[in-house]
Write a protein that binds this ligand. Structure first.
Ligand SMILES: [Zn+2]
Length: 143
């Protein structure tokens, strides 16, 4: 199995707290199983974000690369799945070419919400202004 590393001790503790939704953990492990078969030489993934406070949510969207999103968020802030322990981010800058997109496709074999099939389980993106925080965001619907 591919190793799991954590960007910070705080994130490791969040993972160990039992607060993270089990379906999200299962989806992560499904992806890791696939990675260990398809990329056996890859040392391990790094989880860069799990839980997010309201202040942290504000900081991300008020510094978003897309100024329309900053404007929208300023007018009417929204909650993140990260504030509800049902979102997780995986670093992509250390992945070999093509791996992040393929892993995103694997995660997206899981339906996020049968009532809203257009919403995806996983997204490979970078919303930071300096474009150095690329990650695969995975999420599960609230039950
Ligand atoms: Zn995320």
């Amino acid at each position: 199995m591919v190793n799991i590393d954590y960007k910070t001790d705080r994130i490791r503790l969040e993972m160990e707290s039992g607060e993270v939704k089990q379906k999200l953990v299962d989806i992560l492990h499904m992806g890791l199983k696939w990675l260990s078969i398809e990329y056996p030489a890859y040392s391990g993934i790094t989880i860069t974000d799990i839980y997010r406070t309201n202040d942290e949510q504000d900081q991300i969207y008020l510094n978003h690369i897309d100024s329309d999103i900053v404007k929208k968020y300023t007018n009417k802030p929204w909650q993140s799945v990260h504030q509800d322990h049902r979102g997780m981010d995986i670093r992509t800058k250390d992945m070999p070419k093509g791996m992040a997109d393929r892993l995103t496709d694997i995660f997206n074999m899981i339906t996020y919400d049968h009532r809203r099939p257009w919403i995806k389980t996983a997204k490979n993106h970078d919303v930071s202004k300096n474009q150095n925080a690329g990650h695969i965001h995975i999420q599960v619907v609230a039950v």
